[in-house]
Design a binder for this molecule. Structure first.
Ligand SMILES: [Zn+2]
Length: 97
């Protein structure tokens, strides 16, 4: 039976474990990888997350971006994050198996 790790992600059981979309069961990657590197990412300015955040340079020296991650098969939005432009995706779900 798959293990739910977020609203739209699950890990398969069995000897080899994979991260899957819970909505369409598409396999995204092996469970030891950051799934965000294997899905569709859309990056916008931080204002897309909240119109009041129109200029991050008022607070930090770098551009801050708002990222949305989508299932490559059914386009369900899997996760969002706020990060510095050019940085690697945040590894927010790291399962120790
Ligand atoms: Zn899906």
């Amino acid at each position: 039976m798959p293990i739910h790790i977020s609203e739209y992600l699950q890990i398969t059981d069995g000897e080899s474990r994979y991260i899957q979309c819970r909505k369409c069961n598409t396999t995204i990657c092996t469970a030891d990888k950051n799934y965000k590197r294997f899905v569709i990412m859309k990056e916008d300015s931080i204002a897309a997350a909240n119109p009041d955040n129109y200029d991050s340079r008022q607070y930090v020296d770098h551009d801050v971006v708002f990222r949305r991650y989508y299932c490559p098969s059914c386009a369900t939005q899997l996760e969002t994050e706020v990060n510095l432009k050019g940085e690697e995706p945040v590894w927010d779900i790291r399962i120790s198996i």
